[in-house]
Design a protein around this ligand. Sequence first.
Ligand code: ADP
Ligand code: ZN
Length: 755
Amino acid sequence: MIARVTLDLKVRKEFDYSIPPELAGQVEVGSRVKVPFGARQILGSVTALVETSPHVRLRPILKVIGSQSLLTPKVLHLARWISEYYCAPLDVTLKSALPEAVRKEQKGWRELLFVRVLPAPGELPKLTQRQQDVWNIVEEWHEIPLHQLLTLAETTAATVHRLEEKGLVAIARKISERDPYADELILPTQPLVLNAEQAAALEKIKAAMGSPRVAREECRARVAQDAGATRSTFLLHGVTGSGKTEVYLQAIAHTLAQGKGAIVLVPEISLTPQTVERFKARFSSGPLQTLVAVLHSHLSAGERHDEWHKIRQSRARIVIGARSAVFAPVDPLGLIIVDEEHENSYKQEEAPRYHARDVAVLRGQQEGAVVVLGSATPSLESYYNAQKGKYALLELLSRVDEQKMPIVRVVDMRQEARQEKGIPIFSRLLKEAMTARLEKKEQVMLFLNRRGYASSLQCPKCGYVAGCPNCSISLTYHRRAGKLRCHICGHEAEAPGVCPERACRNPAIRYAGLGTEKVEDTLAKLFPHARVERMDSDALKKKDDLRRILSAFRIGKIDILVGTQMITKGLHFPNVTLVGIVYADLSLHIADFRAGERTFQLLTQVAGRAGRGEVEGEVIVQAFTPFHPAIQYARRHDFAGFYEQEIEFREQLRYPPVSRAALLTLRGRNEDKVKLSAEYLKKEIEKALALLKDVILAGPAPSPLLRAETYYRYQIMLRTRQMTKLSQALARLLEKVNLPEDVLLTVDVDPVNMV
Ligand code: ADP
Ligand code: ZN
């Protein structure tokens, strides 16, 4: 047998190695292995076992890592597809598919010394007081890690060894699993009685799961019939507060009952304890009891190692995680849920630039698993697929318990500015509403999509603007830190007291534009008795800050929570009755064809935080373009209306989802070189793609943000209905084109970020 191995080298090539006799039977497809490469030893993954190799004199595999292959053949198959579709080398994709802690051999199970009671042979021997204390603890715990025992008993190891000598306890090394949620107290929950809409949605999902064998055969037949159609996929469009999570929970129960597992993808930030707890609580007891593994970036490497192996060993049948959890080795897999499927964080912004939602749909298809995409504001892509019959649409159009959707009022900030002679942060309406809610001891959330204090520093005398030396944007003033910061590259400078221009030195410099810090300060002046807290990435410094702020808010220790995107997602606080959106149109001004869609989603999601309890909610949207469709449709909670007008615009311009796009970005430090390279690349593409009829090529053009992190960037955008063909053609082209060494090219298939 010969093993074909992809090495951790970022090359689009695989290498053959012989399997030495001492490793016979240990190397499988998916095994991680250490092999010689030149003078080095390198890690890689076995992608196939073959009988013969075109190469002679193969070198042997040196070592197999772990006792079980790390990649299942199914996940490997998925990774191959990703590599092709997203134009990325296979080992780069495998890097995303396996957590670092698992892929490298550095982390293992944690072993600790445990102290265990031994059955006492009748009367206890005579013990000193100290020994007696220790014994009492061990007897109560039955088994306890040594270090914990020493802390509890306030003693030294010597005392414990005395007990061991007397034959009362045993001390042994044992695996101690790390549990990131060990400190949480989780109370089991029972399934709720569903309302009619929920029940109807669940029935359809269950029907699609069917009996395992029939489902698989049906699926195979369907795939054979029409490679594009994926009617095992559902789009669950449920307004905020409609009880989507309960539908997920019961669908998972059904999967478990069928002997299969489930993956639940959630956007990174809403991996709040709240979400995870709801899943753990439901499956912590009862006949379907199973471990719920959690995979996300805030875990330590050791925790990630343990969580992942619990899944691989099939001890955890449910996985909750961010983007990369789509690769979790759940087998057999019955269900994948992608919650908040419209979220951009599902797209990886480095190679492989995969979209976890789309990968989930494909994985579902490959493994005969049902996929449920859920959102209050589906992406145009998914809704378009539902309209075309590719996905089945499930709708939850009312909130559970007949709660009303919040009333949304839009304030025209142009008029407000005229009357107030200057642009105020809060309109009179919002101020009055906040005052009223605070008096009633209700809670308020304020949203502004910009952190920091002011978005630029300007000198009104000489016109100086503090810009980033590395990027083509102005620096944001962070008052707490006394710093100017670039939100692209992180460049930091002291905030000057006078205009830095030598000839000017004007002390009256001006800070323009508004960020969350300034909102927070203004609130402190306006409502000196209110407890205000800010939640944005600046405020969340420590691992536990998010948890701390959210729980303080939940128990009413915070009156007003100010925040960025972070406060929009999946949070459920019944006492929030007022949501204020400070400047709703900030996100309309970005150079991206999805600006309207983003704004609609943001507004709807933020608005959805209001009125989730007994009292009806109210939302006040402050905007400079109050009649923009994204704002008006959000005001009416009219997703379908927004979709209709937006899809028309996409159709006219043939933008996604009507077509698919690939964004090619060239970057380098010499702008002319980048520009010339882009021109050259365009010609090469035109030659290479002459046979693909349906491709539209736009550019090259400077990126909307021309310079970022010291690199000048130019873009070419390709649009087509047949992305797989285009990807293949691009991959062939990439091997041939000769770009200068200092000009780098990235290919982003189905980009979500055009800047
Ligand atoms: P969504 O995710 O759609 O915004 P959630 O799943 O968070 O909504 O549900 C909102 C609240 O309604 C939760 O507290 C949930 O426990 C509750 N809920 C969901 N379904 C039901 C039901 N059938 N009966 C009673 N309460 C429900
Ligand atoms: Zn910068």
